[in-house]
Ligand binder design. Structure first.
Ligand code: ATP
Ligand code: LTN
Length: 329
């Protein structure tokens, strides 16, 4: 039987955070053993905010190096850059014509990002989910591993696919989300009521995968907690400590109660230090691999050229079917 297909991606907006890693990328690695995987760098999505061209180019290659160092293996998975497979932009235009303004205006990411970038509420930001739908539907993906914040975008993808299938007959597979039970939403260390994000402007809020060990230690030491001084999971009343418990649990595989037990009678200082140490340990091999990869742009190019060729083989088939069905010559 054919393997089930996975597709996922991350925007090339900056360095990956611990949230991106625990919520998404670390699952990608596990899935490549059993599925046909397409892992993409979503550099077209990145255009929805203003970028310096040189920074965008660097971020794209950095992200590729981070995928590889996090264990995504080009021999097992197809790793590619979205802009190198033109079918993504082409299918987006078609799907735009099957997507309603009303449904796009309900997207919480659009509302959040419009508030954050009030000076640049461009139409790309509005139609962002349609490009994401095209990414997924081109590959007839069965499963899409993402963090909790992308759930709504998966729902609209299914709605668009279903609408199209209803008019033209079976064309797109309806994808399912694969949202992990733990670490689907890692919060900021300074603002534990909002998610940790790559583009956060709050100092020490996000832990980046290529932060030096002493920087990671300091960020955790400064993490916002509460005055109770008891390590107890309670998102409502203790968002900071609960977030640290989630991080520690995601890395060590321990359940919340086990973490509470381990730190019973110990203060926050000890706990924060232990969380920082386990993050530093987890990231150590990734960081040394990243340093050697980023120094080898020829190798990175080899990977993305090969990945785009393989991705395009599959994407072109779906796009041709779509064009035929809707009557484009
Ligand atoms: P940006 O700040 O540019 O919006 P981001 O950090 O929110 O970036 P994305 O590129 O939007 O990251 O998301 C990449 C992947 O990481 C997605 O699957 C997303 O669901 C997941 N993800 C992002 N932030 C977190 C988080 N804090 N916890 C768990 N998963 C996350
Ligand atoms: N919007 C996603 C990134 C992304 C994506 C995708 C994820 C773009 N295209 C396709 C899964 C499938 C985000 O994480 N912000």
């Amino acid at each position: 039987m054919d393997k089930k297909v996975i597709l996922s991606g991350v925007q090339s907006t900056g360095n990956l955070t611990l949230g991106n890693y625990l919520g998404a990328i670390s699952n990608w690695k596990k899935m490549q053993e059993d599925y046909e995987c397409y892992y993409m760098i979503a550099n077209l999505h990145t255009l929805t905010i203003r970028n310096n061209p040189e920074t965008l180019r660097n971020n794209t290659l950095n992200l590729l190096a981070l995928y590889l160092s996090a264990g995504i293996d080009p021999k097992k998975s197809h790793i590619f850059i979205q802009s190198q497979v033109p079918e993504h932009a082409e299918l987006t235009w078609v799907l735009n014509c099957y997507t309603y303004m009303g449904e796009l205006s309900r997207m919480t990411q659009f509302k959040d990002k419009s508030a954050k970038h009030a000076d640049n509420i461009n139409s790309g930001l509005f139609t962002y989910p349609v490009l994401m739908a095209a990414d997924i539907l081109l590959y007839q993906a069965d499963l899409v591993p993402v963090g909790e914040d992308q759930r709504q975008h998966l729902e609209i993808t299914r709605d668009i696919a279903e609408r199209f299938n209803n008019i033209y007959g079976q064309t797109f597979k309806l994808p399912e989300g694969y949202i992990p039970k733990v670490a689907a939403r890692i919060m900021g260390l300074q603002e534990p009521t909002s998610k940790m994000s790559k583009s956060s402007s709050i100092p020490n809020d996000s832990v980046f995968l290529n932060d030096e060990p002493d920087v990671i230690m300091n960020k955790f030491k400064r993490a916002v907690t509460d005055s109770e001084n008891v390590v107890r999971y309670d998102v409502e009343n203790k968002p900071g400590i609960s977030n640290l418990i989630s991080i520690y649990g995601a890395i060590t595989g321990k359940k919340n109660e086990e973490v509470e037990e381990e730190f019973a009678g110990k203060g926050y200082g000890d706990f924060k230090k232990k969380v920082a140490e386990c993050v530093i340990e987890e990231l150590k091999p990734l960081q040394s691999e990243y340093k050697s990869l980023i120094a080898n742009p020829d190798y990175l190019k080899e990977i993305y050229v090969e990945g785009a060729n393989k991705a395009e083989e599959k994407a072109a088939k779906t796009l041709k079917d779509v064009y035929d069905k809707i009557g484009l010559i």
